[in-house]
Design a protein around this ligand. Structure first.
Ligand SMILES: *[C@@H]1O[C@H](CO)[C@@H](O)[C@H](O)[C@H]1NC(C)=O
Ligand SMILES: *[C@@H]1O[C@H](CO)[C@@H](O)[C@H](O)[C@H]1NC(C)=O
Ligand SMILES: *[C@@H]1O[C@H](CO)[C@@H](O)[C@H](O)[C@H]1NC(C)=O
Ligand SMILES: *[C@@H]1O[C@H](CO)[C@@H](O)[C@H](O)[C@H]1NC(C)=O
Ligand SMILES: *[C@@H]1O[C@H](CO)[C@@H](O)[C@H](O)[C@H]1NC(C)=O
Ligand SMILES: *[C@@H]1O[C@H](CO)[C@@H](O)[C@H](O)[C@H]1NC(C)=O
Length: 683
């Protein structure tokens, strides 16, 4: 009787408080929403499954560790926690989440609080052709009060030292520029270029800034979390006093909107700034924006000045991504693209030399987030390049230039292209001899990338500058590519296998590509001859020619993806029959949640599924797209978009569960299909 009654009460209570049915997810509920994703060190997310608990759930760094970032509102003296309040103060209540939306650049949540409704718009600009806008290491949070009953409204937000990666020793400061208030929090006594175990930068500073808008008045405070929030809860304003940093303490802003029935909005800028951002061969690089705004307070003030223009651009950009995806390949495809974009550009930094601030020496660096932290891994640039081909071909040059520069130094003497230019971002101090080496893989990749840059953007300068190096790598392929020795490919889980079909396919297509670059028909013809051997003469297929194999003469099939550049560049290296046959084959080896990478394993990779989707047609192509869409919407995952997942239940994992990677910028691969419809479409 007792327990029965309790059962009813618990059931009733959970029914009453469970808001999950009421939330509208547009276009779908992803594994994780990007909140502030602008660089490898400004990368804040919230799991899709936690959106219903948005008022009490912490934002997370890409690695999954908590970041304290709250939004609290008072409506007629009642205090509502809207976002990130894991330990609510007494007397506060949670808002109710009713909607969650993502686009390519915005993640937006609607939260009701008493008689009023708020939207929290987390906006990370992606502006790949405007290096100033793109390189500013900040992200916007705009809290909008919707029009409603007249009420007295105050909006509060704070962050803690969790954004510096240093929980035991930090310091902070507050400064103003006109009406703009700027807090900076810095880890104390930490080495430049070092990270904590979660991959957060231990040098530089976290930045939180805002300014009054409309009729709002701004107050500020720094101190112990409970104290600062309590001050807001009781008065609606802060004391403009700044206690010394202590562990867990916060810096907070309060906007008093007064008594209003109107719509009203306030915008915050959150960021992480490092003056010396990358160590490139011993010379410090810094953010591109420092050529114009060397001072952090100026930079973040400018970022707030730029809000309207950046927001207008983002609407056009989001529309372009949406229409590019859906017009050719349906809304499932555009949903995948929109979720991918911030993660790609948020894994890259655009830099200039710290000493000269010379923008004619612009470079870009990409972090192999979560897989091993390498910097400018050539096969990571290869996986990512379709997005650059579609949106910003110059990024191929910006990323490859430091690779070519390194390979030209005495420190590098191999006759093939390097795997990476440093084991641990941000130290681009050279490839370790103990690091991975993938001779055919990376030699083919630099040729593809150089040609993609030239074909998409029309500029020949990258090839012109590095033609002698590129010739060396083409020669390596010519001498070694048809029967690859035992060596790693980017699918390094396979180990050092000889005669890897996918590597020979890469060599064949890359040789023809090189022939185009160098206007040398010998290479063009050789690549095609090799393709005939591999496909038509069955060197790399089963005897009946129905599928590619992992290795010559060794039976498991392989999801060969290195002929994608053949399709994209229109080179006719492999005969039509190759593509028709694989179009028929892949659907026959699809598992519960997609096509694995080869016939021996239970996982697949969205990157290579996307490349292959662009080489097949009809149902085979649609099935690849729909499987990726099903994977990101299945509710089984919580990490920032993982590009590797189980396609069949394996080792205790369910089909559709992600497999260890997170937040990698390689998702540019998802643009492989879009790239077939047009290059360089964003201006
Ligand atoms: C980069 O190099 C510096 C100097 O050797 C070192 O202290 C730091 O830990 C390195 N950073 C990473 C992420 O490994
Ligand atoms: C304030 O920031 C602006 C950029 O928005 C900058 O031009 C100006 O120099 C700054 N003023 C001060 C006093 O720092
Ligand atoms: C970067 O440049 C600034 C301004 O010239 C200088 O103070 C600082 O020492 C430089 N940092 C490094 C690591 O070179
Ligand atoms: C590679 O394949 C060729 C042709 O099948 C064969 O002759 C050669 O021995 C193979 N190489 C290795 C290292 O297995
Ligand atoms: C490949 O398929 C296309 C139609 O999808 C067809 O036009 C073409 O003739 C086929 N080619 C070969 C070699 O079977
Ligand atoms: C999207 O993918 C899902 C899952 O594979 C599928 O059921 C659905 O029909 C697809 N939607 C469209 C519009 O193609």
């Amino acid at each position: 009787m007792f327990s029965h009654t309790w059962g009813i009460i618990v059931l009733l209570a959970s029914f009453l408080v469970s808001p999950s049915n009421a939330i509208t997810y547009t276009p779908l509920k992803p594994p994780s929403y990007p909140l502030a994703v602008r660089s490898p060190y400004l990368s804040a997310w919230i799991p899709g499954n936690e959106v219903e608990s948005l008022p009490s759930y912490n934002a997370q760094f890409w690695a999954g560790n908590d970041l304290v970032w709250s939004v609290i509102a008072r409506v007629d003296d009642t205090t509502y926690n809207l976002f990130g309040v894991a330990s609510p103060n007494d007397g506060t209540t949670s808002g109710t989440v009713t909607a969650a939306t993502y686009t390519s650049t915005h993640s937006t949540f609607t939260v009701t609080a008493g008689s009023r409704s708020f939207t929290l718009d987390f906006f990370s600009p992606v502006s790949p052709k405007d290096y100033l806008r793109q390189s500013l290491p900040f992200s916007y949070l705009t809290v909008t009060l919707a029009a409603g009953d007249s009420s007295s409204v105050q909006i509060y937000s704070d962050i803690s030292g969790s954004w510096t990666g240093q929980s035991t020793d930090s310091s902070w400061s507050y400064s103003t520029n006109g009406s703009t208030g700027v807090f900076q929090i810095e880890a104390v006594g930490q080495a430049t270029y070092s990270e904590n175990s979660d991959g957060q930068a231990l040098w530089g500073s976290a930045v939180y800034a805002t300014r009054p808008s409309g009729s709002s008045t701004l107050s500020t405070q720094a101190g112990p979390r409970v104290t600062v929030r309590k001050q807001f809860i009781s008065d609606g304003t802060l004391t403009d006093t700044y206690a010394d940093w202590t562990s867990g303490a916060v810096v907070g802003f309060a906007h008093n909107l007064g008594t209003t029935a109107d719509e009203s909005a306030v915008t915050f800028a959150i960021g992480h700034v490092r003056e010396a951002s990358i160590n490139f061969l011993g010379a410090a690089q810094t953010g591109y924006y420092r050529a114009t705004y060397p001072d952090t307070v100026d930079a973040v003030s400018y970022f707030l000045d730029d809000y309207d223009a950046a927001n207008t651009e983002s609407t056009q950009f989001d529309d372009l991504i949406s229409s590019t995806g859906s017009s050719s390949f349906g809304s499932n495809y555009s949903d995948v693209l929109a979720l991918s974009v911030r993660q790609v550009y948020g894994g890259i930094e655009v830099t200039i030399p710290n000493e000269s601030l010379d923008t004619s020496e612009t470079r870009a660096f990409i972090k192999e987030i979560s897989s091993d932290g390498n910097i400018n891994t050539v096969d990571v640039i290869y996986a990512t390049f379709p997005i650059f081909y579609v949106l910003s071909p110059d990024y191929i040059k910006l990323l490859l230039t430091p690779v070519f520069e390194y390979m030209a130094t005495d420190a590098y003497s191999e006759s093939y292209a390097v795997h990476d230019i440093g084991a641990s971002y941000p130290n681009a101090t050279g490839h370790l001899s103990s690091g991975e080496s993938m001779p055919i893989e990376e030699s083919g990749n630099v040729i593809f990338l150089t040609y993609a840059y030239q074909k998409a953007g029309g500029d020949t300068d990258l090839y012109d500058t590095y033609s002698s190096q590129i010739k060396t790598y083409a020669t390596y392929l010519y001498n070694n590519g048809l029967y690859p020795a035992a060596q790693l490919s980017l699918n390094d889980a396979l180990g050092d296998l000889a005669n890897q079909t996918n590597l020979a396919v890469k060599a064949a297509v890359a040789l023809t590509t090189y022939g185009k670059l160098a206007s040398d028909t010998t290479y063009v013809t050789t690549g095609r001859d090799w393709a005939d051997k591999i496909w038509t003469d069955h060197l790399g297929t089963d005897a009946a020619g129905t599928r590619f194999l992992i290795q010559y003469d060794i039976t498991p099939w392989f999801l060969v993806f290195n002929h994608y550049p053949d399709k994209l560049f229109g080179l006719d290296v492999f005969p039509d029959d190759t593509y028709n046959t694989t179009t028929e084959f892949y659907p026959t080896v699809r598992e519960d949640a997609g096509v694995p990478l080869d016939g021996t394993i239970g996982w697949g990779q969205t990157n290579w599924q996307s490349f292959v989707a662009a080489t097949v047609s009809g149902d085979a192509r649609d099935s690849f797209i729909n499987d990726i869409w099903a994977y990101i919407s299945n509710g089984l995952n919580t990490a920032p978009f993982c590009d590797r997942y189980w396609v069949t239940a394996t080792d205790g994992y369910s089909a559709g569960e992600s497999y260890s990677f997170r937040a990698r910028p390689t998702l540019g691969s998802h643009f492989a299909l879009a790239a077939l419809s047009g290059a360089n479409i964003w201006s």
